[in-house]
Design a protein. Structure first.
Length: 170
């Protein structure tokens, strides 16, 4: 498998709306495997294709994993949210594309998502709790939205100053 490069803010691909893909084939499965491996090596629980420089509607998630074991990897191609709960929750989020930073973000408590799986079969899943937060975070990447776009201007400004300071000290 190939370890992919994770693009960091402010790379322009992170602000683009990703394109739908026509389906899942062997080349796509290799890419999904590479994405999952990259996510594991970076210590993430989700990764969207734009984060590795591919502007396509593809993401991988494994929110049950720990440092020693893979949990239950989920591959989503062309995911779409088809239902959202009225209830919302707040949770602290971080992002591989905004390294070392975290902020409280409001999300829907539950979402129902339709997508193509690793084998190209249409699936539907009801995501709640942490899974719902991860799905919404990764799907935002497919629309050119970072979690920092969902926080107040003041908090975003402070977070970006910290990020810039940390990058300059390296």
């Amino acid at each position: 498998m190939t370890r992919l490069t994770v693009y960091e803010y402010p790379h322009p691909i992170l602000k683009q709306k990703a394109q739908k893909v026509s389906g899942v084939d062997d080349e796509m499965r290799r890419f999904l495997d590479d994405m999952l491996e990259t996510m594991y090596e970076a210590g993430g629980v989700g990764l969207a294709a734009p984060q590795v420089g591919v502007s396509q509607r593809i993401l991988v998630i494994d929110y049950e994993r720990d440092e020693e074991h893979a949990g239950n990897p989920i591959y989503m191609v062309n995911p779409e949210i088809i239902w959202k709960s009225e209830e919302k929750v707040c949770g602290e989020e971080g992002c591989l594309s905004v390294p070392g930073q975290r902020a409280e973000v409001e999300r829907y408590a539950q979402v129902r998502v339709r997508y193509l799986d690793y084998n190209g079969k249409e699936q539907e899943v009801l995501a709640d709790d942490f899974f719902a937060i991860v799905v919404q975070h990764e799907m935002d990447h497919l629309d050119g939205i970072l979690y920092i776009d969902r926080i107040s201007r003041l908090k975003r400004s402070m977070l970006l100053k910290k990020l810039k300071k940390e990058k300059n000290s390296v």
